[in-house]
Design a protein around this ligand. Structure first.
Ligand SMILES: Cc1cc2nc3c(=O)[nH]c(=O)nc-3n(C[C@H](O)[C@H](O)[C@H](O)COP(=O)(O)O)c2cc1C
Length: 142
């Protein structure tokens, strides 16, 4: 799993997801991943904060640097953290944008983009989101 996090919310979700996944699992921050070597795994999970309707800058950079050959045919799932208010919808969200990017490179989206919600602008996470993250992870097919 590749994640980014500025205020720690997405990191907490990433750790909950990583802890609940079956099989050998690596949870790695986006700046520590070689985007050319993603093809050597059987499920790629990507998680990012939504900032200004988009993934974080390091996550956007990472997506740009992934060569098409690295994700072609690779199964993936995305999640993000975001506000729970309705007014932000027009700007879009990180998980959908990451998904569109990976699909455009030939990745195979194995489940819909999953949102996890924070209470304030910088968090904390809403109650129950860590448990929901673990459940989401258990439902992902590998
Ligand atoms: C500067 C800033 C911009 C944000 N923009 C959005 C946004 O456009 N849409 C949204 O749903 N949430 C937005 N949020 C809420 C963040 O997505 C939320 O705090 C997220 O959990 C941060 O993740 P992190 O703690 O892993 O960095 C924003 C938060 C900040 C601080």
């Amino acid at each position: 799993m590749v994640y980014d996090s500025v205020y720690g919310n997405t990191q907490k979700i990433a750790e909950a997801v990583g802890g609940a996944l079956a099989g050998e699992t690596k949870v790695v921050r986006v700046n520590e991943v070689d985007p050319a070597r993603l093809g050597q795994i059987d499920l790629l999970i990507v998680g990012s904060p939504t900032l200004g309707g988009r993934p974080s800058e390091p996550m956007q950079d990472f997506l740009v640097r992934i060569p098409g050959t690295a994700v072609k045919g690779l199964k993936f799932a995305t999640f993000d953290t975001r506000y729970s208010g309705k007014f932000v919808r027009v700007f879009g969200f990180a998980a959908e944008k990451i998904g569109e990017n990976l699909v455009s490179k030939g990745g195979v989206q194995s489940s819909p983009p999953e949102p996890f919600y924070v209470k304030g602008k910088k968090g904390p996470l809403k109650e129950g989101e860590l448990e929901r993250a673990a459940n989401w992870a258990r439902g992902l097919s590998r």
